[in-house]
Design a protein around this ligand. Structure first.
Ligand code: PEP
Ligand code: MG
Length: 759
C-alpha cells in the first residue's frame, strides 16, 4: 500500500496543473481501491458551493457542471463534519440527495473523505461501489492517508490555477506563508528569476579530448569569476566589507583545491566537462541537502547556483535580459546573493525566495541592504506570477498575490506611513527616551554586522544590548584567530564608546551553525547549543573572552553575556573561565578591568531559577525569541506553526514579569533583547513591567522611542494590568493595540493589525 500511496503522490506532484492533478487522483485511486467510482468535489468559499471537478466512473459530462450547496447531500455532510463518512448504502442516509446528471443511481457503497489543508476545507474525495457493503477499515485508512497527503498538493495546484486565470477574469487573491527574511513591506511587480541553465538535464558522455574539455572548463571558470566580481562591485556602495566576504567565499569555492579540483579530476577520468560539472555539483548539493543543520542546508543553494553559472558559461548562454520595472519584487525558487546584484539597486523593492530561511546568505544581505524579504514561501508558484502585483510583508513573512483592493490599500498606507513616519522619526535621534510623566527608559540595539553598527549610531542608540558574535564567525571559513576577533570586537567597542556594548559569547547550534564546525543532530534546538558548546570547548571560549577583554583595553565599555543558560552551574563554570581569561590577559601586561557579566534568560528552567542566576551575575537579559519558542514548544523558524508563535501569549508575559521581579529582588538590572523589544506595542508592556533596558533591531529604535515618548508610564501600567487578566494572545495583542490607538498612537500599529483591520 505504501508504495502505491507514494507513487500516486509523486505522480500528482508532477502534474502540470490542477485539472491534470485531479484526473490523476480519480483514475489512480479508483484503480488502487478497485472501486467503481472515484470523484473529487472542490469547495469554493466565495460561493459556498462544491463543484464536481473530476470523476472516474460517474458521467464525465457532469465534471465542472454539477454543484452542491455547503450542507447539501452527503458531500456537504462530509465537509460540515470534517470527517469521513462510510456508508453501506448511500441512498438510505437521510441527507442523501440524488443528482441526476452524475448517473450515480447504480452505486450503493459510499466513502467520502474531506480534503483539509491547514484547517481549510478544500473539498471532498469520494469513492463509490456497486455492492451494498461498507468499505473496510484498510480502505478507509488508505483514502484518509492519501487525502491528507494530497491536500497540500491540491492547495498548491489550486493557488497556481487561480493565478493562471485569464486576464478578463480577476485572478483570485492568494496568501503564501514564509518566514521573515528582512523587515519592511514592499509592493511591486513580481519578476521571476528562472535560471537559464539546468544541470539536471545534462547527460553523461565520454570526453573526446580531455585537454580541450579542461580548457573549456578553465574558460568557463574565469568567466564566472569575473561575473561574481562584477556583481560584488555592483553592490559595493550598499554593503560593507564584512558582507562582501560572502562573495569571496563563493570565489574560493571555485578554487583549484575546492570544487574546481574535483571537476578537473572527473574530466581527467574521461568525462566531458558538462557531465563532470553535473556529477560534482549534484553530489555536493545532495550531501548538503541531507544535513539536519539549516545553515549547512542553505549552502546547497550556493553550490547549485555556482554550478548553474558555470554551465551557463559553458553553454555560452548569457543570463536572460530582463526588463526590471521600477518596483521590482525579485522572486525565485532559490534566491542567491549573486542574483541581487543583477537588478539595478534603485529598482529593487523586495525579495521572495521559495526555499531558504532567515539564515540564507541572501537574507543576511537583504537585511544589511534594508530590502523587505520573505524566505521559504514554499507554496508560492513563482513561475506563474511574473508581472503581477505582489505584496511582500517582510515583518510577518507573508506574500500576497492579486490582493483585493482593500488589502492593497491597507498595505499601501503602511508603506506610505512607514516612509513618512521614518522622515518624522529622524528628528528624535538625539532626544532621550522619556515618557510624558518623566520616566526614562534606555533603548539599546542588537548588532552583528558592521552595517547594524552604522545604522544604530545613525539612530542614536544608547548602547548595545546584544552583539551577536556568531555573525562574524558565520561568514568565515574557519574560526577567526584571537587577533582577528580582537580587531573585530575593538571596532564594535570603539564605535559605541563610551556607551556600553554587551557581547554575547559564541551562540551556535540550533538554527545557527558554522560551515567549518558542523553539528548534526536530530533535534538541534534541544541539543548542543549556546553555552553548552562553548563550555565543552574551553579553548574556543577562552580565546573569545581573551579577545573581548583585550579589545576593551582603555575603553572599559564591555559587558559579557552568556547565551542559553539552563543551570547555575553553567554560569559558575563560565565565570571560572572568564576569570581565568582575565588573569591571562593581565599576565600579558594589559590593564583591563573585569567587565560586568550577565546571563540570558531563554529557557523556561532559567525563568524558574532567575533569582539564583541573578545572585551569580551583574545583569539578566531575556532572549524572548528563544524563550517564546521553548515556552510554547513552537519552532521559531517553522512557517507551519508560525501562527502559534506568539510573544503576547499569557505564559510568555507572565514569565517576563517573573524574571524582572526576580532580578530586582537581587538588586540586578533586567533587560530584554529579543525581537519583542522592537515592537512598540510590546515595548509599552515591557516598560510597564519594569525592564531596565530594551534592546532591539536598529530599524525599530526610533519607532519605539516615539511610542514611549507619547504614552505615560501610568497609562502603560493600566494596559498591562488589564492584559495580565486575559488568557488569549490574540485578544491581548488587539487590546494593547486598541490602547495605543486610544492614546493617539495608531500610527505605529503593526502591519498585521492594519491588515486585520482591513478585513
Ligand atoms: C533571543 O533568543 O531572543 C535572542 C536575542 O537571541 P537569538 O535571536 O540570537 O537566538
Ligand atoms: Mg537566543
Amino acid at each position: 500500500m505504501l508504495n502505491i500511496l507514494r507513487a500516486i503522490v509523486q505522480e500528482v506532484s508532477a502534474a502540470r496543473d490542477l485539472p491534470v492533478a485531479l484526473d490523476i487522483i480519480v483514475r489512480r485511486v479508483k484503480e488502487a481501491m478497485q472501486t467503481a467510482v472515484c470523484s473529487v468535489y472542490l469547495y469554493d468559499k466565495e460561493t459556498s458551493r462544491y463543484t464536481l471537478m473530476a470523476t472516474e466512473g460517474l458521467n464525465k459530462a457532469a465534471e465542472g457542471k454539477v454543484t452542491l450547496g455547503r450542507s447539501e447531500g452527503l458531500i456537504g455532510q462530509v465537509g460540515l463534519r470534517e470527517e469521513p463518512i462510510n456508508l453501506h448504502d448511500a441512498a438510505t442516509h437521510p441527507k442523501f440527495s440524488y443528482i441526476k446528471e452524475t448517473g450515480e443511481e447504480s452505486f450503493h457503497a459510499f466513502l467520502g473523505v474531506p480534503i483539509i489543508h491547514h484547517r481549510r476545507l478544500l473539498g471532498v474525495v469520494v469513492v463509490q461501489g456497486e455492492d451494498i457493503r461498507r468499505f473496510d477499515e484498510h480502505e478507509e485508512a488508505f483514502l484518509v492517508t492519501l487525502t491528507a497527503q494530497l491536500a497540500g498538493l491540491i492547495a498548491h495546484a489550486e493557488a497556481t490555477g487561480a493565478l493562471k486565470k485569464s486576464a478578463d477574469e480577476h485572478p483570485q487573491a492568494a496568501r503564501f506563508n514564509g518566514v521573515a527574511g528582512a523587515p519592511g513591506v514592499a509592493i511591486g511587480q513580481a519578476v521571476p528569476f528562472i535560471p537559464c541553465a539546468e544541470l539536471d538535464a545534462i547527460q553523461d558522455r565520454q570526453a573526446q579530448d580531455i585537454k580541450v574539455e579542461l580548457e573549456l572548463f578553465d574558460l568557463a571558470l574565469d568567466a564566472v569569476r569575473v561575473e561574481l566580481k562584477e556583481t560584488a562591485a555592483k553592490l559595493d556602495d550598499r554593503i560593507r566589507p564584512e558582507e562582501k566576504a560572502l562573495f569571496d567565499a563563493y570565489l574560493r569555492m571555485l578554487d583549484d583545491d575546492a570544487l574546481g579540483k574535483e571537476i578537473r579530476d572527473r574530466i581527467k577520468q574521461g568525462h566531458w566537462v558538462q557531465g563532470a560539472l553535473r556529477q560534482v555539483i549534484s553530489e555536493h548539493v545532495a550531501q548538503f541537502e541531507m544535513m539536519d543543520d539549516p545553515y549547512l542546508r542553505e549552502r546547497a543553494m550556493d553550490i547549485k547556483d555556482l554550478g548553474r553559472r558555470i554551465l551557463a558559461s559553458l553553454l555560452q548562454k548569457d543570463p536572460p535580459k530582463i526588463e526590471y520595472p521600477p518596483n521590482t519584487i525579485l522572486v525565485s525558487e532559490e534566491l542567491s546573493a549573486t542574483m541581487l546584484g543583477q537588478v539595478p539597486q534603485e529598482q529593487l523593492a523586495g525579495l521572495v525566495s521559495v526555499n531558504g530561511s532567515s539564515n540564507s546568505h541572501v537574507a543576511i544581505l537583504a537585511r544589511a541592504m534594508g530590502i523587505p524579504t520573505v524566505m521559504g514561501a514554499m507554496e508560492l508558484p513563482y513561475t506563474h506570477i511574473g508581472g503581477r502585483e505582489v505584496i511582500v510583508d517582510g515583518n510577518l513573512g507573508l506574500v500576497y498575490t492579486s490582493a483585493p483592493p482593500e488589502l492593497l490599500n491597507n498595505y499601501r498606507e503602511v508603506v506610505e506611513e512607514e516612509k513618512q513616519f521614518k522622515v518624522g522619526l529622524e528628528a528624535l535621534r538625539d532626544e532621550p527616551c522619556i515618557t510624558p510623566d518623566n520616566y526614562r527608559l534606555p533603548l539599546w540595539v542588537n548588532t552583528g554586522l558592521m552595517t547594524d553598527t552604522v545604522r544604530s549610531l545613525d539612530r542614536g542608540a544608547e548602547g548595545v544590548g546584544l552583539y551577536r558574535t556568531e555573525v562574524p564567525f558565520m561568514i568565515r571559513e574557519c574560526f577567526p584567530s584571537e587577533a582577528e576577533q580582537q580587531q573585530i570586537y575593538r571596532q564594535q567597542l570603539e564605535a559605541f564608546a563610551p556607551r556600553p556594548v554587551t557581547m554575547r559569547t559564541l551562540d551556535i547550534g540550533g538554527d545557527k551553525s558554522l560551515s567549518y564546525f558542523p553539528i548534526r543532530e536530530e533535534n538541534p534546538f534541544l541539543g548542543w547549543r549556546g553555552i553548552r558548546v562553548t563550555l565543552d570547548h574551553p579553548e574556543i571560549f577562552l580565546v573569545q573572552v581573551r579577545a573581548m577583554l583585550k579589545a576593551s583595553a582603555g575603553l572599559d565599555n564591555l559587558r559579557i553575556m552568556l547565551p542559553l543558560i539552563t543551570s547555575p552551574s553553567e554560569v559558575e563554570d563560565a565565570l571560572h573561565l572568564i576569570h581565568r581569561a582575565h588573569y591571562e590577559v593581565l599576565a600579558e601586561g594589559l590593564q583591563v578591568t573585569l567587565p560586568p557579566v550577565g546571563v540570558m534568560i531563554e529557557v523556561p528552567a532559567a525563568v524558574y531559577q532567575a533569582r539564583e542566576l541573578a545572585k551569580l551575575v551583574d545583569f539578566l537579559s531575556i532572549g524572548s525569541n528563544d524563550l517564546t519558542q521553548y515556552l510554547l514548544a513552537v519552532d521559531r523558524n517553522n512557517p507551519r506553526v508560525a501562527d502559534l508563535y506568539h510573544q503576547f501569549h499569557p505564559a510568555v508575559l507572565t514569565a517576563l514579569q517573573q524574571v524582572v521581579q526576580a532580578g530586582h529582588a537581587e538588586g540586578k538590572p533586567v533587560g530584554i533583547c529579543g525581537e519583542m523589544a522592537g515592537d512598540p506595542a510590546a515595548a509599552i508592556l515591557l516598560m510597564a513591567m519594569g525592564f531596565d533596558v530594551l534592546s532591539m533591531n536598529a530599524t525599530n529604535l526610533l519607532r519605539v522611542k516615539w511610542a514611549l515618548r507619547n504614552i505615560t508610564l501610568d497609562r502603560a501600567k493600566e494596559i498591562l494590568e488589564d492584559v495580565m487578566k486575559m488568557d488569549n494572545a490574540w485578544v491581548i495583542h488587539s487590546t494593547v493595540e486598541l490602547g495605543l490607538k486610544k492614546a493617539g498612537l495608531g500610527q505605529i500599529m503593526s502591519s498585521r493589525s492594519k491588515q486585520l483591520e482591513g478585513k
